[in-house]
Design a protein around this ligand. Structure first.
Ligand SMILES: [Mg+2]
Length: 398
């Protein structure tokens, strides 16, 4: 028996949430963007009307305004998106314990155990999200996760697409290969050089040959394109706590100016903080990734004495890493921030030490400043364990 899998995608999520409180703006092009006072703020999300003007996520507000002179720019409210994300997932969990979120606005559901058809459940959930949250969703229904996700992408907003064993070749195999799940720009460029232009071409490719060029990922790409993705929709318990939380953003234009790069890091920090709040986590390693216009990707990271949770702290660490390693380099097309060494925010056994270390310097510059409380603690520990075993400072990897 085939599985029944839904992929639900909340349409223009951030922009739609903002418009709930601003119905007067519904007929206008609206984007959620960085701080308006920042000259190079970027587009985080757009409504359908803004999309029709050709406005793209991650482009500068300046460029977006050139495309739509009457553009309305609203500042982001990450706590609100978090709340709506949780409320949607609570609805989904009434239908299955196998609900696997993919970012704040998407989730897979395995509803194989239910007597209703996938389509009937998709219609019911769609109506509930609209009625209870006021938001529209697109739903893909299929027998595997890959095709369900492609189905939710096929028609939007506010639509249901069934990808069946009868129609998948007609609907999905015509699509350009760069629209296939997990095919990024670099992979798409390589596939096109090999004459693989559509999802159907990918399905027809020899995975053995392809793996010599793309590595072992080639196997899952080809099999997924053939409809043979048998990966399960994971329950919350199976997903476990995340090992790291990361957000990256590619841009349609080269990033050269420091302000533009800092603005994008600002937005990404906000999203990372939101994801960590969703998971109730904090983290002790901050890693940044940058990719330049030649697709060269580099990462740098540092470990922290005090775990970070706030967007402003994440931004400070990320920005220091950037300035230290990459400032003034070649133009960039991707920035990302990942937080590692995650721990639960209510890890109670660490509270007393945390209280002390809350005053510990978080960076090289801050470490030079004296902190009597930490100095006293340090002295005591050195007396107990020997000075070679503990010293003051912050740890920096690589
Ligand atoms: Mg969405």
């Amino acid at each position: 028996m085939d599985r029944k899998i839904l992929h639900i995608d909340m349409n223009s999520f951030y922009a739609s949430v903002e418009l709930l409180t601003r119905p007067d703006l519904r007929d206008k092009p609206v984007v959620v963007g960085g701080d308006e006072s920042l000259r190079h703020g970027i587009v985080l999300a757009k409504n359908e009307i803004a999309k029709a003007f050709g406005i793209k996520t991650a482009e500068t507000l300046y460029l977006a305004r050139q495309k739509a002179p009457h553009l309305v720019v609203l500042p982001p409210h990450h706590e609100l998106y978090h709340e709506y994300s949780q409320r949607a997932q609570a609805i989904y969990r009434e239908y299955s314990e196998r609900v696997q979120p993919f970012g704040p606005d998407e989730a897979w559901l395995d509803v194989s155990h239910r007597p209703e058809s996938g389509e009937a459940l998709a219609a019911e959930i769609k109506a509930r999200v609209r009625g209870e949250l006021g938001l529209t969703v697109s739903v893909g229904v299929s027998w595997n996760k890959t095709f369900a996700k492609m189905g939710s992408d096929h028609r939007k907003p506010d639509a249901i697409t069934l990808i069946t064993r009868e129609n998948y070749k007609d609907i999905l195999w015509q699509k350009p290969v760069d629209e296939f799940l997990f095919v990024g720009a670099a992979t798409a460029a390589r596939l096109q050089q090999l004459g693989i232009r559509t999802v159907g071409d990918l399905a027809a490719a020899d995975p053995e040959q392809l793996s010599k060029i793309l590595g072992k990922n080639a196997w899952s790409l080809v099999f997924n394109a053939r409809g043979e993705d048998d990966s399960p929709v994971l329950s919350e318990a199976e997903q476990g706590p995340p090992k790291s939380i990361g957000v990256s953003q590619t841009t349609s234009r080269d990033l050269t100016k420091a302000e533009a790069i800092r603005d994008l890091f600002t937005e990404i920090s906000g999203e990372v903080a939101q994801r960590m709040a969703e998971q109730g986590m904090r983290g002790r390693t901050v890693r940044i990734v940058v990719r330049d216009t030649n697709f060269v990707t580099k990462t740098r990271q540092r470990s922290l004495v005090t775990a970070v949770t706030e967007a402003s702290d994440i931004l400070r660490e990320a920005w220091e890493l950037y300035e230290e390693h990459f400032a003034g380099g070649v133009p960039l097309r991707l920035l990302g921030i990942t937080i590692d060494q995650l721990e639960s925010r209510d890890a109670a056994e660490q509270m007393s030490l945390d209280d002390l270390l809350a005053q510990t310097p978080r960076s090289a510059s801050a470490a030079k400043a004296a902190n009597p409380l930490v100095d006293a603690l340090l002295e005591e520990l050195q007396q107990r364990f020997g000075p070679e075993h503990i010293r003051k400072g912050y740890k920096k990897d690589r």
